[in-house]
Design a protein around this ligand. Sequence first.
Ligand SMILES: Cc1cc2nc3c(=O)[nH]c(=O)nc-3n(C[C@H](O)[C@H](O)[C@H](O)COP(=O)(O)OP(=O)(O)OC[C@H]3O[C@@H](n4cnc5c(N)ncnc54)[C@H](O)[C@@H]3O)c2cc1C
Length: 583
Amino acid sequence: MHHRYDVIVVGAGGAGLMSALYAAKGGVSVACISKLYPTRSHTGAAQGGIGAALGNIQEDHWEWHMFDTVKGGDYLTDQDAAEVFSKDIIDVVYELEHMGLPFSRTPEGKIAQRKFGGHTRDFGKAAVERSCYAKDRTGHMILQTLYQQNVKEGTLFFNEFHVTDLLIENGRCTGVVAYELSTGELHTFHAKAVILAAGGYGRVFKITSNALTLTGDLMSIYYRKGLPLEDMEFYQFHPTGLAKLGILVTEGIRGEGGILRNSNLERFMERYAPSIKDLAPRDIVARSMTTEIREGRGVGKDKDAIYIDLTHLPREVIEGKLAEITDLARTYLGQDPVKDLVMVQPTAHYAMGGIPTDLNGLCLSDGNGGSIEGLYAAGEQACVSLHGANRLGTNSLGDLVVFGRRAGKYAAEYARQVEFGDLPDDPEADSRQEFERLRTSNGKENAAGIRKDLQETMMKNVGIFRNGKDMAYQVEYIKELKARYANVAVADPSRKYNSELIEALETGFLLDCAEAMASSAVNRTESRGAHDREDFHSRDDVNWLKHTMAYKDLNNPGNVIIGYKPVALKGFTRSFEPKPRVY
Ligand SMILES: Cc1cc2nc3c(=O)[nH]c(=O)nc-3n(C[C@H](O)[C@H](O)[C@H](O)COP(=O)(O)OP(=O)(O)OC[C@H]3O[C@@H](n4cnc5c(N)ncnc54)[C@H](O)[C@@H]3O)c2cc1C
């Protein structure tokens, strides 16, 4: 079946909904395609908040936010992106408020703000209250608010449609192909502009805070066309997932005063980050916890967890501002934060890398300024290089709405100026072939087994602490998994709501994301941000102050070609750090 819209948005999380809204406000026809019902997108799980220098509790400035973002990103952040972001987010938070987002309030009625890891005042002097929040349901409220606004603006939704291919002809994107889950039918969506906002790929790891559906589909589809993925080696582990389960315990829990303790009940973060302690950036906290565990001071049966202590906080705070996570700890671990220490463990959380874009969301085809006409991206699956080597908490929700808004605006502007481009003769051919292969194969492999082997080995070999030997092994192992994947068969060939078939397809996407990640990681011989190598312990700005661009070698399957892109600098450098000057 064929459809035609000026702008197609893939994904209905915060980034997809914000870009769809702004495209629709741009006076063009807009359809949003999502494999989930929009308000079930992972954005809905975001608890901690959205950082903006409103200064409602203490003095704050966008320059301070910009500095924290660059420093948190270990100087790999593109500073032009950080500048646009830190300025725009103030305006966007007020815009969300005016759309009706029910932010928590200060006693005088302003938007409430709380502290969050890595957010400081006066260029690193002390923690500042910058995270705007709606209790611990900020992401949920963002989705509800933006979904309502889209309905009002006339955006059309195709829910439970799984995008399987991007149509790119002669350097221009002319649409997408999607599989309708309820019928098993393929659809072609012809468009003047396409915005990709399909979220992250945390399911490449065994312990993750990410929803089951976060399988990097569109990153992989982009990469399969020989187009680059940027900075894939940088993957953030959040310090606090519920032990064994990975379910996220918001950083807001430390913002509200929660303390990490080891088996001696010692507040060990005092040793690793004496000034901001438990509120140090995530990579530092996750590594400190892992070091404590490795040195035998972990807790729990396998001594692989750490305690978070809230018992000194008032019950109203625990059950009020931290209601969601209190409920999860009680339900899943039988531990009550009001009186018990709760067991947590670092959990794979956020992809800093992804589809490279410029500041307007336009997708880049190389590291030299090349782009794909009519194709835009925003959100976790995109890489505008705001987060560099490590993202600060609350900066992702901000990224979704700031760069989602820009992508929507510019896609609509482009769509108003051009005619529809040509579609290939049989746009659905590749997708049809892949589904038929999976459905009719008599191979002996099953996708679930491959996915499990991938997740376990990625956790072990390309996880929090890395070294060349293990990563090189993983690169080879992924080739083996891909060979096994070529023999995957599904037991159930039916067409309606065939989740086995979709999960098999998603496993293929995960394998590509893992390939780009492991190859980029083994190639970067330094430690920076979330990429921590035991064999190259220092940061090396002379050789590595550059972005990685990983390309699938289309002539040599399994091979990855690595290129680079310069980092955009704007005044903040490492030498700035010890002696701050006003930017
Ligand atoms: C538990 C948790 C808590 C978090 N808390 C915070 C926080 O407090 N503050 C913060 O700043 N960040 C937080 N983050 C990070 C942040 O929430 C995410 O990075 C962000 O929500 C991603 O939004 P998105 O719009 O890019 O994608 P998502 O919200 O993940 O949405 C992806 C969309 O793409 C669609 N999709 C995917 N593949 C396909 C396909 N093949 N075809 C069609 N549709 C597809 C899905 O249906 C979905 O609608 C948190 C993340 C997690 C996991």
